[in-house]
Design a binder for this molecule. Structure first.
Ligand code: NAD
Ligand code: UDP
Length: 336
């Protein structure tokens, strides 16, 4: 079975390619490398000993995308390719709508033209936004609070409407906070510029690239006053995609939406302490003011994925931090 993976050179995409190849699928990657490196694909090939059919191409370029679909005869698509920084999306909303929404429409058009009727979409807990219901269920209100979250919700709606129109099937995975790296230390998260997410920021403090962690807020309604999130190991996220493809092999039509988290929330301080234990380094930090748009706590109800996908996270925060540290230590400058 051939799976066409958009954004397969990226952080979650590269880890998913490892799992796909190891499960015996053929993999075609389409990535414009705007947020990643060709080296990630080579390293996936090294880890698995298998080849990937790689196209450096932009999914917004419809003609090229059609050529790739024509050549590769995909049985299903996993659609990761997107811009993903929340602050960047506030500064450059049109680029986000153009890339994430137009790109998704093009993927659907290519699927229609070449008779592909199954797709897995990367969505995000960002679609829940200001939702106060905890744990967050798939049926919780969808109130995204930034352009990035809105593009994710629009992508979901496009995919559901499209699959409805062709009698196709989709699995939409709403990831909570993916962190960590592959056990080999060969692939991991490689943010461009200063990281805005917690774990890559802590990693760069630990290896001396950044001086000090700013903890955004110490007066949240949480046990230690710092923000609580549902961190999930990226390899668990990747394995969720194998379950999603298996579900699509059984379901001819319909749209299926699942939270992908552990169901447990950890605070910034708990993550920092776990990282200190994993790395043996002290993380210098300072409390600073709250970051705009942040909520006190957000963690998932993951019972639906467990019941309907047969998927459950296996790793805890200590694995997440030690694997993130191994990647950072072996690759202090990322793929550069
Ligand atoms: P990433 O930036 O590492 O990967 C995205 C990949 O898509 C990159 O390789 C980039 O080069 C590629 N890409 C972007 N626009 C493209 C285009 N127009 N054409 C071709 N390729 C393009 O990000 P990631 O963390 O791996 O995220 C993957 C998906 O998961 C995204 O859809 C993101 O919105 C979603 N997601 C990520 C997180 C997270 O915390 N990492 C959380 C929730 C959801
Ligand atoms: N955070 C922090 N300092 C940082 C980055 C993040 O204190 O440099 C906090 C942030 O306020 C939130 C948690 O860490 O409570 C997770 O933030 P991240 O950006 O990783 O994920 P998201 O906010 O998208 O859930």
């Amino acid at each position: 079975m051939n799976i066409l993976v958009t954004g397969g050179a990226g952080y979650i995409g590269s880890h998913t390619c490892v799992e796909l190849l190891e499960a015996g699928y053929n993999v075609t990657v389409v990535d414009n490398l705007s947020g990643s490196s060709r080296k990630a694909v080579e390293r996936v090939e090294n880890i698995t000993g298998k080849n990937i059919s790689f196209y450096e191409a932009d999914i917004c370029d419809k003609n090229t995308l059609f050529d790739i679909f024509d050549r590769e005869k995909a049985d299903a698509v996993i659609h990761f390719a997107a811009l993903k920084s929340i602050p960047d999306s506030v500064a450059r909303p049109l680029e986000y709508y153009n890339n994430n929404v137009t790109g998704t429409i093009n993927i659907c058009e290519a699927m229609k033209k070449f008779g592909v009727s199954k797709i897995v979409l990367s969505s995000s807990a960002a679609v829940y936004g200001k939702t106060t219901e905890l744990p967050v269920k798939e049926s919780s209100p969808l109130l995204p609070v930034n352009p990035y979250g809105r593009t994710k919700l629009i992508q979901e709606q496009i995919i559901c409407d499209f699959c409805g129109s062709i009698n196709g099937a989709s699995v939409i995975l709403r990831y909570f906070n993916p962190v960590g790296a592959h056990k080999s230390g060969l692939i991991g998260e490689d943010p461009k510029g200063t990281p805005s997410n917690l774990v890559p920021y802590i990693s760069q403090v630990a290896c001396g690239r950044l001086k000090q962690l700013n903890i955004y807020g110490d007066d949240y309604e949480t046990p230690d006053g710092t923000g609580v999130r549902d961190y999930i190991h990226v390899v668990d996220v990747a394995k969720g995609h194998i379950k999603a493809i298996e579900k699509l092999n059984h379901e001819k039509s319909g749209n299926f939406i699942f939270n992908i988290g552990t169901g447990k929330g950890y605070s910034v301080i708990e993550m920092m302490k776990s990282f200190e234990k994993a790395s043996g380094k002290n993380i210098d930090f300072v409390f600073s003011s709250r970051r705009e748009g942040d909520v006190d706590a957000c963690y998932a109800d993951v019972s639906l994925a467990q019941r309907e996908l047969g998927w459950k996270a296996e790793y805890g925060i200590d694995d997440m931090c030690s694997d993130a540290w191994k990647w950072q230590k072996l690759n202090p400058e990322g793929y550069r």
